[in-house]
Design a protein around this ligand. Structure first.
Ligand code: PMP
Length: 313
């Protein structure tokens, strides 16, 4: 059962029981909304909750809204302030997930975007691993293709697009895999059902470019910077063929939910020798140090949620 007690809903932080939308809500019928997915990490030593890259997540959220003709009366700074207040009210002292959503709340069944009433809600809840695998995920290439930018823009986090993700994920799980990789309409690797993809070949970290119908992932961007700047490992953003998946030395998913999830098999072929690779481990360790507030150079990506007086009171 959800432990969530509060929601930002219709302009205020309210008890979660009051945050209800109507059965006539346009987004419920047509998927005409967009959302975000953020994490905050509990640093036990510092007794502090750190939210990760709030400004970047909310910039993408407002961009997704723009794609859908949403008229949202919020700035990035306002959304950050609401999120801080909400997390303070919830008082989480553990890792948690934050979910903003913009939705069209009309009483009319109209398949359009431009004249609906747009609303924003934000909720949060404690969270563990999204793909709970320590040794590495077993993954298949999906028979479903990633939705194309000419159909629904993949770079926005559009609610309706997740039917594509859910079809791919469920079919993979029902066939015994942990997750799946979707190819784009050109037949190149796009991404996982809810995570970006990276692989290592001959010491180079390779990931599909943003024009391969992938979400403009904040974790992807974070890792590319950390891999280049801190680990001094070469990075290539280029198209990936399906057959390269079977020949790579290491592979992993990255995303707010997936964090850095190693992949051990793809279509029943082992990735490298099947163990979590050395570069993947290095990346994963550094990522967790950054998000938990243990890397002084990257504290600008973190927003401390708890006021110190409150923590030590
Ligand atoms: N691709 C898809 C389809 C996703 O749902 C997600 C999760 N938001 C990602 C990639 C990773 O994006 P981010 O790192 O911003 O969470």
């Amino acid at each position: 059962m959800s432990q969530t007690k509060f929601a930002y809903f219709e302009g205020e932080i309210r008890p979660i029981e009051e945050a209800k939308v109507s059965i006539t809500c346009n987004t419920l019928h047509y998927g005409t909304g967009c959302f975000g997915g953020l994490r905050a990490y509990w640093n036990e030593e510092q007794e502090q909750l750190y939210a990760f890259r709030l400004a970047d997540h909310y910039k993408r959220f407002l961009n997704s809204a723009k794609l859908l003709h949403c008229r949202l009366d919020y700035t990035v700074d306002q959304l950050i302030a609401i999120t801080v207040q909400l997390l303070q009210r919830e008082g989480w002292r553990e890792n948690c997930y934050i979910r903003p959503i913009a939705y069209k709340d009309d009483g009319f069944y109209r398949v359009w975007l431009h004249e609906a009433t747009d609303r924003v809600a934000i909720t949060s809840q404690p969270v563990g691993a999204y793909i709970p695998v320590d040794k590495g995920a077993s993954v298949c290439v999906s028979a479903w293709r990633r939705i194309d930018d000419t159909s629904i823009p993949a770079r926005g986090k559009v609610n309706g697009t997740y039917v594509n993700s859910a079809l791919a994920k469920s079919d993979a799980m029902l066939s015994g895999f942990d997750d799946t990789l979707l190819l784009n309409q050109d037949g190149h690797v796009a991404e996982g059902s809810a995570a970006n993809f990276m692989m290592v070949r001959d010491g180079v970290v390779i990931t599909p470019p943003l024009t391969s119908n992938v979400l403009e992932g904040i974790t992807r961007r974070t890792l590319l910077e950390l891999i280049r700047e801190e680990l001094m490992i070469e990075v290539a953003e280029r198209e990936i063929d399906r057959s390269e998946l079977y020949l790579c030395d290491e592979a992993f998913f990255c995303g707010t939910g997936a964090q850095v999830t190693p992949i051990s098999t793809i279509d029943h072929r082992s990735v490298g020798n099947g163990d979590v690779g050395a570069i993947t481990n290095q990346i994963r360790e550094l990522y967790f140090r950054v998000v938990f507030g243990k890397e002084a150079n990257y504290m600008h990506w973190l927003t401390p949620i708890l006021q110190r007086e409150a923590v030590y009171a």
